[in-house]
Design a protein around this ligand. Structure first.
Ligand code: NCD
Length: 323
């Protein structure tokens, strides 16, 4: 494979992550400097699942780099309804665009699709698998609001089983020697495979069924939505829905500096009264999606230009972890 794909944070080295975050900071400080940088580039958006932030911030990102986006549109309006395979769809779309962003309900879909495309492919969520560009903006936000990444104590609460943003974030945090506290009901614990990978990479991890004992230690509290659409049984969803909520009163026991993040959308896991506390950073976090995705595209396109024939410094084909 000649191209660099961004499929999983398990393949992103610390150096690759920092390259994206540093570039994003440069872009955020002076967006005008890159306004025409990729004027000839087209980004293909292929979303087989609903999306607001990810789709629109990728679209904003390519436009703010001077390029343009083409959007497959909803599954209902595409040839997928005629029975076209994912492999055929992405193979064709990769001839229309300089990079593809793919979201799909099946875990492993992005990896599989990347085998069929001739341009860089970014995984924007594969079922309960991974969502690496979300992690990059999560880390950017932690660096911005918690003052750095090394040695942070991070609480990750909610749906740890189906939450792909959690799986991506947990793997990336191991590169920064974070202490990770996972808070969930027993039925929504991290999947065995994710726990195994964390253990193998020497992560400092603890699991809890309640936030109470650990809240006071946290630099960051990352709250997630219960992923209703991934529950095989609606009754199972109902059993856990509404648990693991925080409100302003909950945060009275948090450190004054504790930053509350959430990938959004939220349902009711963060009460609106948290929005007015100094802890809340989730809306700024969402806004960071634009400069971070601009940086990611910029680095991918520069890598795809080849120059000296070397691969791009990010993603699964180049610059990954030494494993
Ligand atoms: C997340 C996702 O799609 O995984 N949303 C997002 O991209 N910001 C989180 C979620 O849907 O709960």
């Amino acid at each position: 494979m000649d191209h660099d794909h961004v499929i999983s944070t398990r393949e992103l080295s610390r150096a690759a992550i920092e390259r994206v975050l540093d570039r994003a900071a440069e872009i955020a400080a002076d967006p005008g400097a890159v306004a025409d940088r990729h004027a000839d580039r087209v980004l293909g958006l292929c979303f087989f699942e609903p999306s607001t932030r990810t789709r629109m911030s990728f679209e904003a990102a390519i436009k703010r780099l001077g390029g343009d986006a083409i959007d497959m549109g909803g599954v209902d309006s595409s040839s997928v309804t005629k029975g076209e395979s994912l492999a055929d769809t992405v193979r064709v779309l990769s001839g229309y665009a300089d990079a593809l962003v793919l979201r799909h309900p099946s875990e492993g879909a992005a990896r599989m699709a990347s085998e069929f495309v001739s341009v860089p492919l970014i995984n924007a969520g594969d079922g309960a698998g991974q969502h690496p560009s979300q992690t990059l903006l999560d880390l950017y936000s932690m660096r911005e609001f918690a003052g750095g990444l090394d040695g942070l104590t991070v609480g990750i609460m909610g749906d740890l089983k189906y939450g792909r943003t959690v799986h991506s974030l947990a793997a990336a945090l191991t590169e920064f020697d974070a202490r990770q506290h996972f808070v969930s009901p027993e039925s929504l614990r991290l999947p065995r495979g994710v726990r195994y990978d964390l253990h193998e990479s020497g992560a400092r991890v603890r699991e809890h069924e309640s936030l109470e004992g650990v809240l006071g230690e946290l630099d960051v509290l990352y709250v997630t939505r219960i992923q209703r659409e991934r529950f095989p049984d609606e009754n199972e969803y109902r059993k856990v829905a509404g648990e693991y909520r925080i409100d302003a009163a909950t945060l009275e026991d948090a450190r004054a500096e504790c930053v509350v993040l959430h990938p959004l959308p939220r349902v009711d896991e963060i009460a609106p009264d948290v929005d007015d506390t100094p802890h809340a950073a989730y809306f700024e976090q969402a806004h960071n999606g634009v400069p971070v995705r601009m940086a990611l595209l910029d680095l991918l396109f520069d890598g795809a230009n080849g120059g000296n024939g070397e691969q791009s410094p990010i993603g699964s084909a180049g610059g990954g972890r030494d494993r």
